[in-house]
Design a protein around this ligand. Structure first.
Ligand code: ZN
Length: 156
C-alpha cells in the first residue's frame, strides 16, 4: 500500500471512529431542512438535518445521525465538516467534487490536492465499486435536504 493510500485510510478511520456533527438536533436548534438516506445494499441509513439562514443561502449548521459502515459514516462526517458555514452554492459544488472523486477512472493516479479538504480520501473507492454508494450516500442526502425534497433518498 502506498503512503498516499495509508493517508486516505487514516482519514476515513478517524472520521468513522470520531464522526463530526454526529447527533440528533434538539428542538430549539432551529434546524429547518431534513432528508433521510438509505443504502439497503450495505445497510447504511442516515438522517441529515440542516439549518439554513433566513435567506436560505448559507448552511449555518448541519448534523447527522443514523448507522452504517465505516465508509458511509466517515463520508457523512466529512460532509458535515466541510459544508458547515458554506453557501448552498458552495455545498453543491462540493457534492460534485465528491462525485468526481469516487466516480473517476479506477486506474487514474489521484492527487489528494486535486480535491478540497478530505474529499480526495474517497477517491480510493474507485477501485471498490460496491462501496461507492456508501461513500456518496450522505452527499446525496445533503442534496435532497438542500432541494427541500421531503423524500427518503435511496441508492436502489
Ligand atoms: Zn456502507
Amino acid at each position: 500500500m502506498s503512503l498516499t493510500e495509508e493517508l486516505y485510510q487514516d482519514i476515513i478511520l478517524d472520521h468513522s471512529k470520531s464522526p463530526r456533527n454526529f447527533r440528533r438536533p434538539a428542538g430549539e436548534d432551529g434546524f429547518n431542512r431534513v432528508a433521510e438516506g438509505d443504502n439497503p445494499l450495505c445497510g447504511d441509513s442516515y438522517t441529515v438535518h440542516l439549518k439554513l439562514d433566513g435567506d436560505g443561502g448559507t448552511i449555518e449548521d448541519v448534523v447527522f445521525h443514523g448507522d452504517g459502515c465505516a465508509i458511509s459514516k466517515a463520508s457523512a462526517s466529512v460532509m458535515t465538516h466541510m459544508v458547515k458555514g458554506r453557501t448552498v452554492e458552495e455545498a453543491r459544488a462540493l457534492i460534485q467534487d465528491l462525485k468526481d472523486a469516487v466516480n473517476g477512472p479506477p486506474t487514474e493516479e489521484v492527487d489528494i490536492l486535486d480535491f478540497e479538504g478530505d474529499i480526495g480520501a474517497f477517491a480510493s473507492l474507485r477501485r471498490y465499486p460496491t462501496r461507492v454508494k456508501c461513500g456518496t450516500l450522505a452527499w446525496n442526502t445533503l442534496r435532497a435536504a438542500l432541494d427541500g425534497r421531503d423524500v427518503t433518498v435511496t441508492t436502489e
